[in-house]
Design a protein around this ligand. Structure first.
Ligand SMILES: Cc1cc2nc3c(=O)[nH]c(=O)nc-3n(C[C@H](O)[C@H](O)[C@H](O)COP(=O)(O)OP(=O)(O)OC[C@H]3O[C@@H](n4cnc5c(N)ncnc54)[C@H](O)[C@@H]3O)c2cc1C
Length: 467
């Protein structure tokens, strides 16, 4: 069987036979489909990744089958890319070196629901997980707006924040992730368990340094959520209301503000949200709707949509959170493929004056979108502005403008882990890669730094973390 990626010299038919009884997918069209994620959000990543494919997909159903895949990959020195729902948006699960794609979605059991925790297999779909928790009056403190498709392992490996971060902090904040179980990529895979602060050795490492098989996560009480959209006559007023909501006693699960021009892309809201009004998108407990109404009125706004789950289903509307986080960009891309986005941090202390200052310098091609969030206990806002794309140079110029005004940019147009959010190598991740993936099989093309440190001892790599 010829290599689909054109990058490997393996006899893939023999490999597929040897991996039995693990289910495999070798149909080139399907392998190519499972080689993609949402990298096409970025015109730069689209150019770079659209011709990167894997060679074979394996779908293990248990940790033992997962271990078999890893053992065989190690024996044949085959590059491996883990894939959950494939909703990452920096090409995180694109197999840049070709090789074996391990689809985790058949390892999707909810193993144990405790009083305030859940133990779950990494390939579990997040909607399935939240539905099981809801039956016990619980839910995840933080989940992505892609919950219908994404897996919990993909979120912990690729994500950082989401619906709930405004109340419960970043995924990495203490207590959200309680335990991560990982298999090494070796001929005899070993299981290693990470707890406490150690979870950050694996969390957000993009599957470069170990294969997550099982997670124990905190849960919080669920609420009768009302999905709301309130509108305001200017973005600064809307942002002020968002700040007030995020700082209030209202137990909101989401607090997003969107420039009025973003709303004009939302076909599903055409009859609901008046034109040219900035939007505040939130989830508020039914019992606190009166407090929310007062907050909106105090800031001169109006509530245009307040729907519970039954009403949402009856009106066939998307979840309110599908107008937040990276779903905002997706909704816009449905009608205009010339838009893209950026990821900017507005650090604490937040103030409206900063927004007005930025609006004055950014230009008409940048439409602000803030996600109010708690990070290390502080209230911050992530700006995921929609940008009308013209050139790569203009994108990077916009990032520089934000940075010059005190708002650091992460580069969502790079598929290299050291160029994204962290902007520097996490040598703890790389030291654990050396320990758990000594052959460098796991998604290695995503790390620029790995090529430099791969021959060093793990302790020597870790020591670089202090420098
Ligand atoms: C419309 C849209 C909205 C989004 N909203 C959010 C959001 O609110 N918050 C957020 O943080 N992100 C968000 N994202 C990014 C992405 O959806 C999330 O990170 C998501 O949870 C990824 O889950 P997944 O199962 O699709 O992972 P995948 O895309 O399949 O994989 C993500 C990364 O994890 C690795 N991986 C997968 N499974 C494992 C495993 N078992 N062990 C080790 N590594 C593994 C992959 O190799 C890859 O590097 C959004 C993306 C889109 C397109």
């Amino acid at each position: 069987m010829a290599s689909i990626s054109g990058k490997t010299a393996i006899d893939w038919a023999a490999f597929a036979a040897e991996i039995a009884p693990v289910e495999v997918i070798d149909e080139p069209v399907l392998v190519r489909k499972r080689s993609r994620d949402f990298f096409w959000y970025s015109p730069i990543l689209d150019r770079r990744l659209k011709t990167c494919f894997g060679d074979l997909v394996a779908r293990p159903k248990s940790p033992a089958e997962m271990a078999k895949c890893l053992s065989l990959a190690a024996r044949h020195h085959v590059p491996v890319t883990l894939r959950g729902g494939g909703t990452g948006n920096y090409g995180q699960s694109v197999p840049m070196d070709g090789g074996l794609i391990i689809d985790t979605t058949a390892m999707g059991e909810v193993l144990e629901i405790g009083r305030d925790f859940v133990r779950v297999e990494a390939g579990c779909n997040i909607l399935k997980l939240n539905t099981a928790l809801k039956e016990r009056g619980r839910e995840l403190p933080v989940f992505p707006s892609t919950q219908d498709i994404a897996t919990i392992g993909g979120f912990i490996s690729g994500g950082s924040a989401g619906i709930g971060t405004v109340s419960h902090g970043m995924l990495r904040d203490a207590g959200n992730i309680l335990e991560i179980r990982v298999l090494s990529a070796e001929e005899t895979p070993r299981e290693v368990v990470f707890t406490g602060e150690e979870i950050n050795m694996i969390h957000h490492a993009w599957g470069i340094n170990g294969v997550i098989t099982e997670l124990t996560l905190r849960t919080v009480p669920t609420e009768d959520w009302i999905g709301c959209i309130a509108t305001f006559d200017s973005y600064p007023t809307c942002y002020a209301a968002g700040m007030a909501l995020a700082a209030s006693d209202i137990r909101r699960k989401l607090c997003s503000t969107l420039d009025a021009r973003i709303g004009s892309y939302f076909d599903r809201l055409k009859e609901i949200v008046p034109e040219e009004r900035a939007m505040l998108v939130t989830l508020v407990p039914r019992g606190q709707m009166e407090d929310f109404r007062r907050l909106v009125a105090t800031h001169g706004g109006q509530i245009d949509l307040a729907m519970d789950e039954d009403e949402r289903l009856a009106r066939k509307l998307p979840h309110a959170f599908e107008f937040s986080y990276n779903h905002t960009t997706l909704q816009a891309l449905k009608t205009d493929r010339k838009v893209t986005y950026l990821q900017i941090l507005c650090p604490a202390p937040l103030n409206v004056a900063k927004i007005i200052e930025l609006q004055a310098v950014l230009g008409d091609d940048v439409y602000m979108h803030h996600e109010f969030s708690r990070m290390g206990g502080q209230l911050v806002a992530f700006d995921l502005p929609l940008v009308r794309y013209t050139t790569d140079e203009r994108l990077y110029q916009i990032m520089s403008l934000y940075e010059a005004h005190g708002c650091p940019a992460s580069d969502p147009h790079s598929c290299i882990i050291e160029e994204g959010g962290m902007k520097k190598a996490d040598y703890r991740h790389l030291a654990w890669k050396k320990r758990l993936d000594p052959l460098g099989l796991l998604n290695s093309a995503k790390s620029r730094e790995w090529a430099r440190v791969r021959t060093m001892a793990p302790e020597a790599i870790e020591a670089l973390h202090q420098t």
